[in-house]
Design a protein around this ligand. Structure first.
Ligand SMILES: [Zn+2]
Length: 329
């Protein structure tokens, strides 16, 4: 069993961690910085488990008492910081869960490890409280701050932590993971990889989520028939997107990838590099019907619509304009 090898990509972080374990040169504080779902918690968990493993090697054994406890989330010396308010980690959370008990020695392991997830939510007061521990940590303490935004942390915190940045994982590697480990079929794996943009957790989520399948179905049905649709049918389609509360970012991404495919097919006549290979009959039809200028207009309209939606411009209006541009081109 090799836990570090279960981490997909992130070679630099793995190498850093295993080297720290080998030389015994483990720092008191780490920041793992990376996108939502990119696997920060998974990596911190494996590193923590290895530090506490009774065999004390560079790979957690998975067999000893400590490893078993860590695997079930019950290792008493690996503490996950919780917070009462969903959107902030405040001074009291830090004080009661870290500062007031940090001087108590580890219960049964070499280290006492704290994992703070969503570190970008720690308030400035909370960060200043945390700083007290970071300035003079007991020798057995290791603190992990996991965050999607390292810039939300004070410079005084950053200067006391080793910052490990998650890197986007190569598409090929993500695809292999989806197909070999999760047994996702080729065609579906391609779509998920195109969406995930190097984020393994997101790829996994998309590959296994029913909601994403629904969004994809809705978007593709619309794209197939939009040129023959009447205005009132388009309005009904928009209403459906809203009623289903589909993730509009995913929905828009599907439209973008579809037109990227159309453009690619028009330029190369090659099916192999398309994401929506399975819909080739329809892709062909659109590629024949639309000229380059029209496709470019659609792609521009998509970008514009995305930024308008992010700026909270009226949803119906943005979508109507977009779908009319698609229909006309
Ligand atoms: Zn072990």
């Amino acid at each position: 069993m090799s836990y570090f090898s279960e981490i997909v990509g992130q070679e630099q972080i793995k190498e850093y961690m295993q080297n720290a374990l080998k030389t015994g040169n483990v720092s008191h504080a780490y920041i793992i910085n990376g996108e939502k779902s990119s696997g920060k918690e998974f990596i911190a968990k494996i590193f923590a488990m290895a530090m506490q493993c009774e065999k004390g090697e560079i790979e957690p054994c998975g067999e000893c008492h400590s490893c078993k406890q860590a695997l079930s989330g019950n290792q008493p010396d690996i503490v996950r910081i919780t917070h009462e308010k969903p959107n902030s980690i405040g001074i009291d959370d830090i004080r009661t869960q870290i500062n007031s008990e940090v001087s108590i020695k580890p219960y049964s392991s070499p280290k006492k490890i704290y994992i703070i997830n969503e570190g970008e939510k720690i308030t400035p007061q909370g960060q200043n409280a945390l700083l007290k521990t970071l300035e003079e940590p007991p020798e057995y303490v290791v603190i992990f701050i996991l965050t999607t935004n390292v810039e939300a942390l004070l410079p005084t915190i950053l200067s006391r932590c080793v910052v490990l940045d998650m890197k986007p994982v190569a598409d090929k590697t993500v695809k292999e993971f989806l197909m070999e480990t999760l047994h996702i079929p080729d065609y579906k794996a391609d779509i998920c990889v195109a969406f995930a943009r190097g984020n393994v957790g997101k790829a996994k989520l998309l590959a296994t989520s029913e909601e994403f399948d629904n969004i994809k179905e809705e978007a593709i049905t619309l794209l197939k028939y939009i040129s023959d649709m009447e205005i009132h049918e388009i309005v009904a389609a928009i209403k459906k997107i809203k009623d289903f509360k589909l993730d509009i970012n995913d929905y828009m991404d599907i439209l973008s990838i579809w037109y990227r495919d159309v453009l690619l097919f028009k330029a190369t006549n090659d099916v192999n590099h398309l994401i929506f290979k399975e819909e080739i009959q329809y892709i062909k039809k659109v590629a024949r019907k639309s000229d380059y200028e029209g496709l470019e207009k659609i792609i521009k309209a998509l970008d514009k619509a995305k930024s308008r939606l992010n700026a909270n411009v009226n949803f119906d209006l943005v979508m109507e304009l977009l779908l009319l541009t698609i229909k006309e081109n």
